[in-house]
Design a protein around this ligand. Sequence first.
Ligand code: G3H
Ligand code: ZN
Length: 284
Amino acid sequence: MNLVPMAEILNDAHKKGYAVGGFNINNLEFLQGIVWAAEELNSPLILQASEGAIRYMGMDYVAGMVDAAVKNTSIPVALHLDHGSSFEKVMQCIRNGFSSVMIDASKLTFAENIELTKKVVEAAHSVGVSIEAELGTIGGTEDDHKVEGKDAMYTDPEQAKEFVDATGVDALAVAIGTAHGVYKGEPELDFERLDTIKKLIDMPVVLHGASGISAADLKKGVELGVNKVNVNTDFQQVFTAKIKELFADDSDLYDPRKYCGPGRDAIKEKVKEKIMILGSSDRA
Ligand code: G3H
Ligand code: ZN
């Protein structure tokens, strides 16, 4: 199967009330663990790469590895740029076959965010590529994307409505209390705000920074209309924990296949757990 536009996946999720994982790839083992889990549970999948991950792997490797992964699969898969920082970066991904992009202009003013997002929507839609944007600012750190706690700002529901009407995006990432990376305290989500936003915009909503959010809160978010749930840190943590455990048992370990393989299995199990929580199994 070829890559599908993310909107195709998310519109079904929005219509039927479930969410699909926007799962970040960092290397080959992440890609395989994630794809194999989704295949086993017959779930649609959004593979996403941040600009930092693209720099780490190289654009040709990202495009080539994902192509190899989807060639023989029957589940719908989208390849999405996570937190695209500029029009140029977005275009580079579109030229390299991504079926979806995020333009993250959330640090700009409301008017500037609309202006840049609209420009990306026109370009992306003209070639059948989907687009996600962000309104409000999600705290924490993910690669190059850093927002200090004091600068994090929740999404205003009325502005969200104005924003989606003005831009025509396919999905909107909202700030309701999640943050990227490892949480210092217990995250508290503003479900009332989420509910109000979803009712006003009536389209796919994205939750970033979902690592470390309890299964109960994720389920509640999905019930209230979240359709894409972004996870990266949880997979990085299980991969690394497994490798540390293996080295603690055998410090003479030297064959990477003997620790990266089990790390990949750990990612696969974590992905399966997330898919079950989000309700996307058997939706492919
Ligand atoms: O855009 C990616 C996600 O928001 C990942 O956040 O690393 O906290 O799971 P996370
Ligand atoms: Zn994010």
